[in-house]
Each structure stands twice: as structure tokens, then as C-alpha cells.
Design a protein around this ligand. Structure first.
Ligand SMILES: *Cc1c(COP(=O)(O)O)cnc(C)c1O
Length: 399
């Protein structure tokens, strides 16, 4: 329950499963016949550790994904001969965050109601996370939600998605400042132990393990739709906080045959540079046309580094401490080579992103949002010639 409700471990680390479930080929083949909800239950059940009753979990998952606007939930569209687009915008706020968040809202409510507890969820957002969290938590009995966003720095659609919800448990605060200022206010609230305890504060940001677990599902769904495990696929993921990309990596860990993992960043390219140089080096945040990826410190990347350091928690902790103090983390040539073998990365600036949007529209008739275009371009540029088909994702609806 703490993994679900607290998100961050008390020592400041991130949760990961001690042992990963590994699905065998025949298990994966059986998923070809399953609906999205059935597949979600199958993939996530090993992560529950028996803490939520099977029939309750099935009901929650069915409820969640039957409320999505497309009956396939995450349908695939063939974009070009070897590129497929997985549409992840069929939830209520039109970006992929709904896929984990709609489930998490229900899981929180279920667990808290059983325990007779309430929580106050606080969040800072530059857009997608806030509206997805609000839609997921509105009208839930055991939850109050407070979202801080930077005044006049979120898109008008998202401002309205957040501020026109009339549910009494939803509260939005426009902060005169930047996203980082919102984030600082949040950190201060969590650092104030007595406030934190009286309010029973909780966060649903992307470090929450349950969110990652729920995102693993759509990678399995896409792969089996295209003939997995008998046909390999590659995934191309636009990345900011590395949550969505980590879920693709985790799917592979769970036995899914994946040929290449490809990530694309915008000009905030700290992760792309890491794969090029073996160094994580914090810079300043650029404002781009793909704001959900305007991030320098990708909080989920620590999960990937944990594996890179051979699952040595102490070594990783030392490296992270140094990173926090000096703003730089260096893994050395050997580990850099391992990282590059695992993940291929590239970057697009705004001009290149717009070019890709125009190219895709021209070539396929498909209108894409900037985040989506970055993923498609990364897939196209880094795909091995003659390799497996690439599943890129429509991370948000173009509107
Ligand atoms: C959140 C988000 C991203 C970045 O995902 P991470 O998990 O933070 O890497 C990319 N595109 C869209 C549309 C998003 O909402």
C-alpha cells in the first residue's frame, strides 16, 4: 500500500520490484486473444503481491478502461510501411497520462476507503499531469486534490480542463511564477513533516511505481496486436521524465520480445547527451513546443541507472548524491556502452519538430502533436535497416 500511496520511499529512493515477473512466450501468445482490460489484469496482477483481491482488481480495471472513448483503448494505426502509431489519447484528458492515472485514482479510492482514511493529493504541473490527475480524482470520496500550475504558462485547453471541474474535492491554484516555483512549493509542503502528516499528503507524480506498472500494459498490447511474441517490435518513445520510456524498458524485462528501444527528447536533451557521452549534466530548462518534455532532471531515470549499476543500491546512492551536489554524474565508458546497447536516443529542436509534423501530415495525412512527432522522428532516424516494425505513440491528441 505504501508503494501505491506514498510514491517515494522514506529514504528518498524509488520503488522497484525485487523480482520482475517474466512472462513466457506461451503466456504472451495467450494475450493475443485478450481485450485491453483483460491484458491489463494479466500483466499487472504479479505486481500486486496479493494485496488487492483479484475480483476487486478486475472490477477496478474493467471500470477504468471501459470508460475510454475507443473500444480498443490503445488502437494501432499503420502510419508508414514499418511505422505504427499507438494512439494513447482516448482517455478523458486526451494524453497518455490518463492510461495510468485513471486506474490510480480508482486504486487510491479503493484502498483508502477500506482503511477508512483520506489523503490530500498535491501536484505541480505544466499541463498534462494536472488535468489527468484531476479527472482521475474528481468526486472520489477519500481524496482531496490540489494542483499548482504556473499562471499563464499552461495551454488554454489545459487551463480549462483543470479549472472548469466543479467537483468540491478539486482545487486548482495558479501560481505567479514558473513550473519550477510550483515544484518548490510542493517540495516545501512535503518537507514540513507535521503539515505533511496532518494533511496526509500524497503525490501522484510520475515516480509513482503504480503508474509505471499501468504503462507497461500498452506495450504488451501493441506487441501482441502486431503478432508478438512471434514477431519482434521496436518502440519509439518521446521522453521527459522517463516514466513512459522506463515502462517500455520494463516490458522488455518482463519477457516481451523487443528489438530496439528508442527515445526522443526535445532540446532539453540531458538524456540524449547521457547516451552519447556517459555523463548526466544538468542544464537550464528551455521552453519548447513540447512542454511536457521540458525537464532537466528526469526523475525516473534513476530506475534505469539502478540496473546500469548492477542493482547496487549503495553505488547508485553515492552517484545520485554527487549528482545532486555537483550537477553531474559520470558512469564511465563501460557502462555507457551498455546503456547505448539498451537504448538509442536522439533529439529534435522546435524547428525539426515542426518539420516532422509537416512531413508526417504530408506523407500520411495524420496530424500529430509535437511530442508525438518527436517520437516518430526518433523511430524513423534510429530504426535499424531491415529491423522490426517500430511502434511510435500518439502521446497526446493534436488538438
Ligand atoms: C508526460 C508526457 C510526455 C513525457 O513522458 P515522461 O513519462 O515524462 O517521459 C511526453 N508527451 C506527452 C504528451 C506527455 O503528456
Amino acid at each position: 500500500y505504501d508503494v501505491l500511496l506514498a510514491g517515494l520511499a522514506v529514504d528518498g529512493g524509488l520503488y522497484l520490484p525485487e523480482n520482475w515477473p517474466v512472462f513466457k512466450r506461451e503466456d504472451i501468445r495467450a494475450m493475443q486473444q485478450m481485450s485491453y482490460a483483460e491484458l491489463a489484469i494479466r500483466v499487472m496482477t504479479p505486481f500486486l503481491g496479493g494485496r488487492i483481491h483479484e475480483s476487486d482488481f478486475a472490477k477496478i480495471v474493467n471500470d477504468t478502461y471501459h470508460s475510454f472513448a475507443h473500444s480498443a483503448v490503445a488502437p494501432l494505426k499503420q502510419l508508414e510501411c514499418d511505422i505504427w502509431l499507438m494512439e494513447l489519447f482516448h482517455g478523458p484528458t486526451l494524453a497518455f497520462k490518463d492510461y495510468p492515472m485513471q486506474l490510480i485514482g480508482r486504486l487510491f479510492d479503493h484502498v483508502l476507503t477500506r482503511r477508512g482514511e483520506r489523503v490530500t493529493i498535491v501536484g505541480a504541473t505544466s499541463g498534462d499531469t494536472g488535468s489527468a490527475a484531476i479527472e482521475a480524482c474528481r468526486d472520489r470520496e477519500a481524496i482531496d486534490v490540489f494542483i499548482l500550475y504556473p499562471h499563464e504558462r499552461v495551454s488554454e485547453v489545459q487551463r480549462r480542463q483543470m479549472t472548469t471541474v466543479s467537483s468540491p474535492n478539486v482545487h486548482c491554484v495558479a501560481v505567479e511564477g514558473t513550473f519550477d516555483n510550483c515544484q518548490d512549493l510542493l517540495k516545501a509542503m512535503f518537507a514540513d513533516t507535521s503539515f505533511r502528516n496532518t494533511m496526509n499528503l500524497s503525490a501522484v507524480n510520475s515516480i509513482n511505481w503504480a503508474r509505471i506498472a499501468a504503462q507497461i500494459v500498452y506495450y504488451f498490447h501493441a506487441a501482441v496486436t502486431l503478432g508478438g511474441p512471434d514477431r519482434q517490435v521496436s518502440f519509439a518513445v518521446p521522453t521527459g521524465n522517463f516514466g513512459n520510456a522506463f515502462a517500455a524498458y520494463a516490458a522488455k524485462y518482463c519477457g516481451l520480445p523487443v528489438e530496439q528501444l528508442i527515445i526522443g527528447t526535445n532540446s532539453n536533451d540531458i538524456l540524449t547527451k547521457f547516451f552519447e557521452t556517459g555523463k548526466l549534466n544538468i542544464g537550464t530548462v528551455d521552453q519548447t513546443i513540447s512542454p511536457s518534455m521540458d525537464i532537466q532532471v528526469s526523475s525516473n531515470f534513476e530506475r534505469f541507472l539502478f540496473d546500469l549499476y548492477g542493482r547496487d543500491g549503495i553505488a547508485l546512492n553515492n552517484a545520485m548524491l554527487e549528482f545532486r551536489q555537483a550537477g553531474i554524474l559520470c558512469v564511465g565508458d563501460k557502462l555507457q556502452a551498455v546503456a547505448r546497447d539498451t537504448i538509442a536516443a536522439t533529439r529534435l529542436n522546435d524547428a525539426q519538430t515542426m518539420q516532422e509534423m509537416a512531413r508526417v501530415l504530408d506523407a500520411t495525412g495524420e496530424l500529430t502533436d509535437p511530442h508525438t512527432a518527436i517520437g516518430i522522428a526518433a523511430g524513423r532516424l534510429l530504426k535499424r535497416p531491415g529491423g522490426a516494425p517500430v511502434v511510435a505513440q500518439a502521446a497526446a491528441h493534436p488538438a
